[in-house]
Structure formats: structure tokens, C-alpha cells
Design a protein around this ligand. Structure first.
Ligand SMILES: [Zn+2]
Length: 128
């Protein structure tokens, strides 16, 4: 009789449908403390360096909308220039989101903390 494989023989890693895949699927925005710039990381790949998180978000969304085809970064050069003009780097920009990035609860405009899970939205976005 064949016994089922021991648990340690089973492939380790991600279970389908869990949030563990999220970073790989959607990439993440990180901050390079040496360069003082935000960058997009997807898997082992680092894409772009941006002065503001707003800009990094813009490009991450663009990449996500285009299935991570990096040629969109070239075809959107015009928009990129506009973004750079609009963003005044001496000011701190608010990222307005309607849903908590952690628990997906609805947020009020300009909310700093999630009323449901209590995270500080900005800190969470910086660190995740
Ligand atoms: Zn929350």
C-alpha cells in the first residue's frame, strides 16, 4: 500500500487564492532610502524610480492595466511629463483612496486611519 507523501515532501509555498500572491501579481511600491525615490518592484524586477508615491502609483496602475508590458512606460512619456509638471515636489501629496489597502473597508475622504482595522493608511502604503 502506498502511503500519502509526508507533509514536508509536499511542494512548499503559496496556497492558491490566498493573499500571499498579491505582491507578485500586483507588484509593490517601495522606497529606496539611498536614492530617496520610490520604485515599483514586481518579483525580482525593479521598475522605475519616482520622486513621489503618487507618480509611482500612477505607473504601477498603468503597468497593471497593461499586463506589465513595460513598453507602456515609453508610450506614455507625454503623460509622464505632465505628471512631473503637475507634481510640486515641495509639497506633500495625499493619496486619496476609498478603501483600506489592508482590510478593504470603506474610508472617508482624507482619512488617516482605517476605522475598521486601525492601520495608519499612509504608513501602511509606505511599508507595503
Ligand atoms: Zn482597514
Amino acid at each position: 500500500m502506498d502511503l500519502p507523501p509526508f507533509p514536508e515532501k509536499r511542494p512548499k509555498g503559496r496556497i492558491k487564492g490566498t493573499k500571499v500572491n498579491k505582491k507578485e501579481r500586483e507588484g509593490e511600491i517601495l522606497f529606496d532610502h539611498k536614492l530617496h525615490k520610490f520604485f515599483i518592484q514586481k518579483g525580482d524586477e525593479i521598475i522605475g524610480h519616482y520622486d513621489t508615491m503618487t507618480e509611482a502609483f500612477y505607473y504601477k496602475k498603468l503597468l497593471m492595466d497593461n499586463h506589465w508590458d513595460k513598453s507602456v512606460l515609453k508610450t506614455n512619456v507625454t503623460q509622464r511629463i505632465e505628471v512631473n509638471i503637475v507634481i510640486d515636489q515641495t509639497k506633500e501629496y495625499k493619496v486619496q483612496i476609498n478603501f483600506c489597502p489592508k482590510c478593504k473597508s470603506r474610508l472617508k475622504i482624507d482619512a488617516e486611519e482605517c476605522p475598521s482595522c486601525g492601520i495608519n493608511i499612509k504608513e501602511y502604503l509606505y511599508n507595503n
